[in-house]
Every structure is written in structure tokens, then in C-alpha cells.
Design a protein around this ligand. Structure first.
Ligand SMILES: [Zn+2]
Length: 168
């Protein structure tokens, strides 16, 4: 039986009758206070939501329910088919799709941290290598017995490189 196109209104859930035709889609209750409750749990802004503020027919897919426990005619539908009906007062409670998004955000933060550390490490390496250069020049000049003016200049160089290293 062909039915009209439905999509899940849970933010970050991509299920629709086109993409996931085998999934079951439940009507969002029309009573405003219950709609508001549903919006809250699915992290959808009820006030700003243009698709939900009216009494329009909207849907939430089965991924956000535990069908066996939440559907009152579950066994009957399994055996004979038909439209599943949610038990009274059942609200969507599974949001795996949103958890996945949180995981991605955490992964991104970790990645940035690693990159940050890498660039810090690079800075340290640069500092060490310039410190080495300064020391080599210092030794070289000392051996050559250069004038004291150069010594002062090199001393400042060593000091600033040391200060820089202390920052880490
Ligand atoms: Zn969904």
C-alpha cells in the first residue's frame, strides 16, 4: 500500500519513508502540550519551530522508541501487519543519532588538542635548534676571542631562547 512521504523530525535523524522505507513512522501527537514535551526531549526548539507550532501532521521514526515496549499492538502488527500505535504517554526516548553527533564533536576537540600540541612541539623544536645555533656561535666566538660587544648580544639571545622554553 503506497503511503505518503514521511520524514523524521528529530534533529540529526535522517530517516524518511524514501531513505528508510522499512521503518515505522509515528504521528507526533497534536495536543500542544504533548508536542512541546516531544520537542523538548528531541532537542527541537518548539517556539521557533515552524513545522511544529501548528497542528500539522509530523512524524518521528521508530529509532527513537523501543517498539516492543512502547507499542501497544506490537505483537499483533508483527504477526498480521497494520499500523503500530504507541502506548499512552510514551514519548521518544532514544536519540542515538544525536549521541553520534556529540561523539563527533568530542573527536573534533581531541583532534584540535592534538594539533595544538603538535604545533607547540614544533615551536619547542625550533626554539631548541635556535638555542643550539646561539650556543655554537657563542663557543665559536669565544674560541676566536671576539670583542665583548658580540658576547653581550649572544647572551641576550641565549636568555630569550631560555625564557621561551620556560613557557612550555
Ligand atoms: Zn528518527
Amino acid at each position: 500500500m503506497p503511503s505518503r512521504y514521511k520524514y523524521c523530525i528529530v534533529p540529526l535523524c535522517a530517516n524518511s519513508t524514501f531513505k528508510t522505507p522499512d521503518k515505522c513512522f509515528f504521528d507526533v501527537p497534536r495536543k500542544l502540550d504533548i508536542r512541546e514535551k516531544w520537542c523538548k526531549v528531541m532537542k527541537r526548539d518548539f517556539e521557533k519551530s515552524t513545522v511544529l507550532s501548528k497542528t500539522s501532521v509530523r512524524h518521528v521514526c521508530e529509532d527513537h522508541f523501543n517498539l516492543e515496549g512502547d507499542v501497544c499492538n506490537y505483537m499483533q502488527c508483527k504477526l498480521q501487519g497494520g499500523k503500530m500505535r504507541l502506548k499512552k504517554d510514551v514519548i521518544p526516548h532514544k536519540f542515538e543519532c544525536q549521541r553520534q553527533d556529540q561523539k563527533n564533536i568530542i573527536r573534533k576537540i581531541e583532534q584540535n588538542k592534538r594539533q595544538d600540541l603538535k604545533s607547540k612541539l614544533k615551536d619547542i623544536e625550533t626554539a631548541i635548534s635556535s638555542l643550539k645555533d646561539v650556543l655554537i656561535t657563542k663557543i665559536f666566538i669565544q674560541e676566536k676571542g671576539e670583542v665583548s660587544g658580540s658576547h653581550k648580544f649572544i647572551k641576550t639571545g641565549v636568555q630569550s631562547a631560555e625564557t621561551f622554553l620556560e613557557m612550555f
